[in-house]
Design a protein around this ligand. Structure first.
Ligand code: 8YV
Length: 325
């Protein structure tokens, strides 16, 4: 079976695939045009898909009828049309758990960076503007005893809530499709309606899987309902927030600050005015960018493909329903 891997990943997964007898193809030039990428897909049986740039939609599946399995190098699968994959009996593997700590670390980092205006102050130092001591300039806020609102309390949200509680004794409220009993028992997390979440969070952190119907859910109306001291943190998907509305909310004082590891669009335009704001910290989607997490992702992606080749269920499958077809 020929597996197309569109970018180099940590060796561990590649060795696992080769040891299992799979033929692995990684192109020399990793910055593929859409046509190059498609032609490699057409000549492969399975894909180990790295990054969110390529869409696996109806057109893709129609053009690549030979593709039998997809192993994503990500936990998110918003770039895959799961219904289309199910209809064609194509299992789609993902990489949960191994990146939960790393991604929640970035949410926690952004929360604190914004609370203490770290990016703004670093910029001042870099540009030679350390300045003289000013007791009133660019003061931060403390997070002790404040309320963290988690939108989507799954594995990553749980890790974020745990850290926030341990470090700052924060109260945890959350909104989800389902109750998270583990978080309610262990962290005393309280399930609230979406409106309650928005209105009561001092820090609002997004950790949900992104679905098309949630596109720009966090818009002017929602920012308008948030607390003026609120910090908005998005490490999930940029599509969750309306970038211009966020800018407006940040400049008009509707909210206090924002920490983004994901932007809308992604990458962010280099002249996006949000980058000029002193109450913002933006990172280039580095949630899972640790040696540990990326090794784990490589291993899980390989495990998924190896299970498929053996005729077994993928251990981490984004569309387990495919096995009921
Ligand atoms: C990846 C991610 O870095 O897992 C995810 O869903 O967003 C990140 O871990 C990104 O998807 C590139 O593969």
């Amino acid at each position: 079976m020929k597996v197309f891997v569109n970018k180099r990943i940590p060796e561990i997964g590649i060795h696992m695939l080769e040891d299992a007898g799979l033929e692995v193809f990684i192109p020399e030039n990793e910055n593929l045009s859409h046509d190059e990428w498609l032609s490699y897909c057409k000549s492969s049986d399975a894909i180990l898909s790295v990054g969110g740039d390529y869409k696996y939609d109806k057109d893709f599946f129609d053009e690549c009828p030979n593709i039998k399995a997809i192993a994503l190098f990500s936990v998110g699968f918003d770039h895959v049309d799961i219904k289309e994959a199910n209809q064609r009996n194509i299992p789609v593997g993902n990489t949960p758990d191994v990146l939960s700590k790393a991604t929640s670390d970035v949410a926690f980092l952004l929360m604190q960076s914004v609370a203490r205006r770290a990016s703004y102050n670093f910029e001042k130092v870099k540009t030679g503007n350390w300045g003289s001591f000013d007791p009133l300039h660019a003061l931060g806020q403390e997070l002790y005893g404040k309320t963290l609102g988690v939108f989507g309390l799954g594995r990553i949200g749980f890790e974020m809530a745990k850290k926030a509680q341990k470090a700052f004794d924060m109260n945890i409220i959350y909104h989800n499709r389902h109750h998270n009993e583990e978080a309610e028992n262990e962290l005393n997390a309280r399930y609230v309606s979406f409106d309650e979440l928005i209105e009561n969070s001092d820090v609002l952190s997004i950790h949900a899987n992104f679905k098309p119907e949630q596109k720009e859910l966090f818009n002017a109306e929602i920012f308008g309902k948030m607390k003026p001291n609120a910090i908005f943190v998005n490490t999930a998907r940029g599509g969750f927030h309306h970038q211009k509305d966020l800018y407006e909310a940040l400049t008009s004082g509707k909210i206090w600050g924002a920490g983004l590891d994901v932007t809308n669009p992604e990458p962010i335009y280099k002249d996006d005015p949000i980058l000029e704001l002193s109450n913002v910290c933006v990172l280039p989607h580095i949630g899972s960018a640790t040696i540990e997490a990326r090794n784990g992702m490589s291993k899980l992606a390989a495990e998924n493909l190896i299970a498929f080749v053996k005729g077994e269920k993928m251990p981490h499958c984004a569309n387990p329903d495919v096995y009921n077809n």
